[in-house]
Write a protein that binds this ligand. Structure first.
Ligand code: COA
Length: 260
């Protein structure tokens, strides 16, 4: 895979995707979004990839939002298409079936905050800043930020952030439940990679079903979501990894999961 605006690296079963437009604080142009879509699809079907880290190039930004040069000239129809395309890429990330860790190394604003929210787990550097500043441009979030922020941080906090457009610190984001962990900037990538590697060593089918049970189950009425969970629980009993995991426990050794 080679891209103009993304760097893709591999560290054993972990793929690291770096949005690489540091001159514009890694703003998501249409081309960058499209590259992200192609990269994520490729990683989805690559069975040797068990976890993904997404981060931004440079010292300053994770992603400072959609590219405002493009937003400035959008029409109603291109705006709609742009939002739908962005939502689809973020849905792909959320439904990758593998854990995706956002390593938030700086500004995660607008589309950058939305990208981070579509990831499975968010780790921020101490100096990161998050927010949905669209209101200050006279627009609204278009990559499902109104929806994911309200689900992650609650309706009242989401409305405050969306309506003020204020940037918040990593610590504040942690307090709101918007990020899972805050670590010193120098340790961020190593921390994210280590977490990704530890998740990559777990049973991939069970990982996939947990992701599915949470994401799809939350969109269902509770009794239906419970049946869905029970069905996945039953399905996982067909895997070699279930036999390996339970046997390894009883034999007091570390399980060696194969993904079958
Ligand atoms: N789209 C396009 N270009 C962007 C951008 C974006 N979302 N965010 C930053 N840039 C560009 C700037 O225009 C600037 O380009 P220049 O060097 O040609 O002037 C460059 O990136 C560096 O940004 P700058 O604003 O000079 O850095 P700063 O440290 O003063 O401020 C931010 C950093 C993040 C506070 C500021 O860039 C900002 O508010 N960006 C927009 C955030 C936003 O509204 N995102 C939501 C978009 S929907």
């Amino acid at each position: 895979m080679s891209f103009e605006n993304l760097l893709i690296e591999r560290d054993h079963a972990v793929a690291i995707v770096t949005v690489n437009r540091p001159k514009v604080l890694n703003a998501l142009s249409t081309q960058t979004l499209d590259e992200l879509r192609r990269a994520i699809l490729e990683l989805k079907y690559d069975e040797s990839v068990r976890a993904v880290v997404i981060t931004g190039a440079g010292e300053k930004a994770f992603v400072a939002g959609a590219d405002i040069n493009e937003l400035a000239v959008q029409s109603p129809t291109t705006g709609r298409e742009h939002a739908i395309a962005g939502q689809q890429v973020l849905d792909l990330i959320e439904h990758l079936g593998k854990p995706v860790i956002a390593a938030i190394n700086g500004y995660a604003l607008g589309g950058g905050c939305e990208l981070a929210m579509a990831c499975t787990i968010r780790i921020a550097s101490e100096t990161a800043k998050l927010g949905q500043p669209e209101i200050n441009l006279g627009i609204i979030p278009g990559y499902a930020g109104t929806q994911r922020l309200a689900r992650l941080a609650g309706r009242g906090r989401a409305l405050e952030l969306l309506l003020t457009g204020d940037q918040i610190t990593a610590q504040e984001a942690y307090r709101l439940g918007l990020v899972n962990r805050v670590v010193p900037g120098a340790e961020l990538l190593a921390h994210a990679k280590a977490l990704a590697a530890s998740l990559a060593a777990k049973a991939p089918i069970a990982i996939r079903y947990i992701l599915e049970a949470v994401h799809k189950g939350l969109e269902m009425p509770f009794p239906q979501a419970q049946i869905f969970e029970a069905t996945l629980f039953g399905l996982v009993a067909s895997t070699d990894d279930m036999r390996e995991g339970t046997r390894a426990f009883l034999e007091k050794r570390k399980a060696d999961f194969k993904g079958t």
